[in-house]
Ligand binder design. Structure first.
Ligand code: SF4
Length: 388
């Protein structure tokens, strides 16, 4: 067996309600599939999880995301966790520094019993979708919980023994003001999560918000306000002990998400479940999104993993550059030439020069990284790195 760092992603596509901004592969009203889906996941894990364990050893990170994994009833969640323990020899109550095991949860879908279960089976990191503490805003974006429930869930998590908790926040929400964001940031740091992810609202095609926008019914803050919100969050969080390590991610020292970092650092990962993506031996794969088809295929012992169109060399270079530039560590010249057999300079010399002149990019110890201005206008830099 050749030891290789790798990550495991498990997709739970169920949600209680579809949030108005969300274009993730997640579905409301499909509770009837939850039990069969969990069985199907166990089958895929027994097949693919075991295969990669035998090849590479235990994954360095396990991430259960969605959707809302925490909507799974306790019995089903336990079945899934037992399977993971069996395959990867996780021991009960393990809090191994070698394994980061995250489960995404939404306030309003967890209680003390469910949190205790997760902790018992070795989950050592929780990621809560909070988005805002303002009940009016929560309703306006289609969330099912209140701000108070988010705070209570955090207390329950601490009581259950979780010492590594992440919270997601959004800004630029309908009719949100700068003062409302200030309040959200204060409420969030008061809860002392170890990690904070913060995203500006993006209007994605096919979402309820995109339709409202078409009908002229979505009142978003203007560009100038959104820019002020960005400036507020990028100054507020570091001032409260959260260092930025990626465009949208901030953490207390030592609490950066190892699973997410591995995505940005070209580490292979296996994705199981409907709509899960995998990156194995330099190739990208996707499982089909349809839940009943996934269940049927797993029952029949078939795979639903399809190799995605292999990215041509130029696209692979772009992706490599974008992903690394999102991180504060930046894009390693050495890693680029090792991966592509040519120097970064030979491909991007003009772009690098131009971005440096515009104070969007800087360089230190063989790493190119976004300046703080570059972080703010990341899209300008990413566009400049396009080769196709
Ligand atoms: S809970 Fe998360 S995955 Fe589910 S609809 Fe809302 S944003 Fe999407």
């Amino acid at each position: 067996m050749r030891k290789q760092q790798w990550g495991l992603y498990i997709h739970i596509p169920f949600c209680r309600q579809k949030c108005f901004y969300c274009d993730f592969p997640s579905f409301a009203g499909r509770e009837r599939y939850e039990a069969d889906y969990t069985d199907a996941l166990c089958r895929e894990l027994l097949d693919q999880g075991v295969l990669y364990r035998e090849k590479w050893g235990r994954p360095a990170t396990i991430y259960m995301g969605g959707g809302t994994p925490s909507v799974l009833p306790v019995k089903l969640m336990e079945r899934l966790l037992q399977m993971l323990c069996r395959i990867f020899a996780l021991t009960e109550n393990e809090d191994s520094p070698e394994l980061e095991f995250t489960v995404e949860c939404n306030p309003g879908t967890v209680d003390a019993e469910k949190l205790a279960l997760l902790h018992t089976y070795g989950v050592n990191r929780l990621s809560f979708g909070v988005q805002t503490f303002d009940d009016g805003l929560l309703q306006a974006i289609g969330r099912i919980h209140t701000g108070r429930q988010a705070a209570e869930t955090m207390q329950l998590a601490r009581k259950a023994g979780f010492q590594n908790v992440s919270m997601d926040l959004m800004y630029g929400l309908p009719q949100e003001t700068l003062a409302m964001l200030q309040h959200d940031l204060e409420a969030m740091v008061a809860l002392k999560p170890e990690h904070i992810s913060i995203y500006g609202l993006q209007l994605e095609a096919g979402t309820a918000f995109a339709k409202m926008q078409e009908l002229g019914k979505l009142m978003l803050p203007d560009e100038e306000t959104v820019e002020q919100m960005y400036d507020l969050m990028t100054s507020f969080l570091p001032a409260h002990g959260y260092a930025r390590y990626e465009i949208s991610n901030f953490a207390q020292p030592g609490y950066e998400s190892r699973h997410n970092l591995s995505y940005w650092q070209d580490v292979p990962y296996l994705g199981v479940g409907a709509a899960a993506h995998s990156y194995l031996a330099g190739r990208r794969y996707a499982n089909g999104t349809d839940i009943p088809s996934y269940i049927e295929a797993m029952r029949a012992g078939k795979s639903v993993r399809v190799e995605e169109e292999p990215a041509d060399r130029a696209i692979a270079m772009e992706e490599f550059a974008f992903l690394a530039l999102r991180t504060v560590r930046g894009l390693s010249r050495e890693a680029f030439s090792k991966r592509f057999g040519v120097s970064l300079e030979s491909v991007y010399s003009k772009t690098i020069e131009k971005m440096k002149q515009q104070d969007l990019l800087e360089e230190q110890d063989g790493f190119l990284r976004l300046t703080s201005l570059g972080m703010k206008y990341g899209n300008v830099v990413f566009e400049a790195f396009l080769l196709t």
